[in-house]
Unconditional design. Sequence first.
Length: 313
Amino acid sequence: MAERRIADPFEHLITLSSRDMANVINATPIGICITDANGQFEVVNPAYCDFYGYEKEELLGQHFTLVVPKAYRDKLSQLHDTFIAGNEIQELRQEWEVRRKNGETRTIIAEAARVHGEDGAPRKVTYVVDITNRKRLEEQLKQANERLDHLAHHDELTGIYNRRAGLMRLEEELKRCQRYGSKLSVVMYDLDSFKHINDTYGHGIGDDVLQEMTQLMAKGIRSTDFLVRLGGEEFLIIMPEVDVSSAYLAADRLRQQAAATPMTTHALIVTLSAGVASYMEASTTRMLDRVDKAMYRAKQSGRNKVIIADDVT
């Protein structure tokens, strides 16, 4: 018994007359164009015209780069010529930015095939699918994910490291000290009488103070330092490769700048108390405990001071 031949689902298209083929192309909801060896439009279907916003007569005979942003025209023209002159029957599916007649920029997926007409000359048949909305959704999703990642590591009000991310960074720096014997210091500071500001002027002004103080501190530290909001009005500065005496000088300079800088529309003078500690052991908890006690001592001794942890008994 002879084996039954499975028909090619596209085989019948080969036998279509030119008129039938034109009807198929015109009825297709996907944009289709046919360009000659020189890149000029020979055929454009209604879907192609609708997408680009041109009448058929405006496109026929024009170079296909009419619908391409000027920045990409030379590149796409070169790719077209290379494809026409090559041996590949199909061109890889690619994503491109195109421009409609009204100037609107859209994103498409283009796929092409090389065919020969009755005159034997090569032509390029291109199919375009509008993916602008999909790209827009992808970009929105990307931005949302980046925002979530940022919020996972940064304080929403001030934009600096949050407690969790800051302590992770401190742990990394401590491990670096263990491995290479490098120096490390931290400064913990707290805004003096911050509760009074909130109670007197409201939490909105309190938030403004936190933001302005953060900006002042960020400008006053090195690019290699890390500024962390531990919570409330309590902050931490991680200073890699800095000994305790240099960290003290930096902290005291910041303290003086804060005391000399009026903040918010109420021109409030906000001071801070700070503790300084350097790396002495491997424990993050121990280091934070030492610097916290130094800061508390600064509070107890009259505020607006910086105390080194090694001086705390």
